[in-house]
Design a protein around this ligand. Structure first.
Ligand code: HEC
Length: 92
């Protein structure tokens, strides 16, 4: 039983670390360019006194704009766009 538990735990850990590595920045860039330019361009992410000041807040803001638009993205899509914006503009 213990061995089974440990094996299960190991599998979970391996899977979750893989999904972290699998964040696809180019996918995020594409999604952002296709869906997010109608109200604001990239200038929104580099404006003075940005609303977003932490990585968590950035993900929440991406999620908020995504929900407003009713895009029905997967969490991976939100992560990809968050990472794209972070590495390109915010650099948290
Ligand atoms: C319906 C119009 C609209 C669309 C489309 C839109 N946004 Fe926004 N977004 C806004 C507005 C308005 C703000 C400014 C909110 C504020 O200042 O309180 C904003 C702000 C942001 C910010 C924070 C900027 C800062 O100050 O740091 C991010 C990040 C962002 N949007 C990401 C996205 C992403 C990603 C998408 C595509 C899923 C998107 N937005 C699509 C309206 C939109």
């Amino acid at each position: 039983m213990y061995r089974l538990l440990m094996t299960g735990l190991t599998v979970c850990l391996v899977l979750s670390s893989q999904s972290l590595l699998a964040i696809d920045i180019n996918h995020g860039k594409q999604l952002q360019q296709q869906n997010c330019m109608s109200c604001h361009d990239d200038g929104m992410y580099t404006r003075e006194n940005p609303r977003v000041t932490t990585h968590d807040a950035l993900r929440q803001q991406v999620q908020r704009c995504e929900t407003t638009l009713d895009l029905k993205w997967f969490p991976e899509d939100v992560d990809a766009v968050t990472e794209y914006l972070n590495q390109t503009f915010y650099k948290f």
